[in-house]
Design a protein around this ligand. Sequence first.
Ligand code: PMP
Ligand code: GLN
Length: 380
Amino acid sequence: MNSVFADLPTTIFEEMSQRARDNAAINLGQGFPDDPGPEDVRRKAAEAVLDGYNQYPSMMGTPELRTAIAAHYGHHHGVTLDPMSEVLVTSGATEALAASILGLVSPGDEVVLFEPAYDAYLPLIRQAGGIPRIVKLAPPDWRFRREDLARVIGPKTGLVIINNPNNPAGAVWPREDLEALAAAIADTPAIVVSDEVWEHVVFDGRSHVPVLAVPGLRERSVKIGSAGKIFSLTGWKVGLVAAAPPILKAVAKTHQFLAFTTAPNLQAAVAYGLGKDDAYFAAMRLRLQGLRDHFSSGLRSAGFTVLPSAGTYFVCADLAPLGVTDDQAFCRRLVSEAKVAAIPVSAFYSGDAVRHVVRFCFAKNEATLDEAIGRLVQAA
Ligand code: PMP
Ligand code: GLN
């Protein structure tokens, strides 16, 4: 019982959701929407179950879904992918991350990551024997300084992990930062793993820039998506992976011993859903943007300092003006006293953490958000 994973605490998402249940609190912690998701996509899944799509599908994903993924990214992001050699279906983005990190990192490789970092990255890097090299990001813009990146990149850099749009910060990487990353690793063997599960959830007219569309990164990157985020069906756990053939092969070899395959009925429904028209994706963004604005203005009127959110289901509040220096204690008090669960952003750091920011999930109906705001007034 000595593995990297055995020594870890339960994830902050599970911990806060459990505290929310124990305290009968409104759960604005773990990120999941409270709307049921598109009915036609759900119906397609139900039909696929009844129609007999229930046995092991191909390890790489059904040809139907791989073709739909290539078409989807071609249409939305102008990226050309060969469905058979450059696309893999996994059991959620979580499995895609595990397959990518375990499949591409050798013991002793340096792995660059940016903190705040989604909580799965670091344990997987450690389990693979990688040596984490961390670039710290801080509010309000959460962008890296060129010199900080230069300091951690070198000939031993095996992998760079980025998350764009970023969970928990709600920040979107400007194209120039992606280009600066490409320039910084140009003379190294580094592969980039780009966690883009929030690719469709960007606001204020932004368009997502996938790593595969950045010159210099197309042939050396893995792009990860999640049907759970694309369709607001977070429990579905269907991950979408795209990479040049030699890289994809290494990821797929690992995938075969992690999950091997993914529920075929859900794959059928996701293949159908990825073909939905632009209006669907535009409406989803607009609805979530409206909720972001509604919740952010409520938070401000409750006395909180709200940080910008350019994408994701999340908005962060800066508690420094309230004198808070321990976001974890603040969140524990908030859930038991105000009965609202939130996520302390320091949970996404391993070292020198930002300890005065908390993350709220606004993907809830307005009445729930209003009730939460009413309770938050006493906490500010
Ligand atoms: N990466 C990031 C940045 C996420 O926010 C999430 C889940 N919210 C995941 C990966 C995991 O996605 P999935 O549920 O498809 O495993
Ligand atoms: N990604 C979701 C979040 O950020 C939670 C995922 C999980 O529970 N592991 O809230």
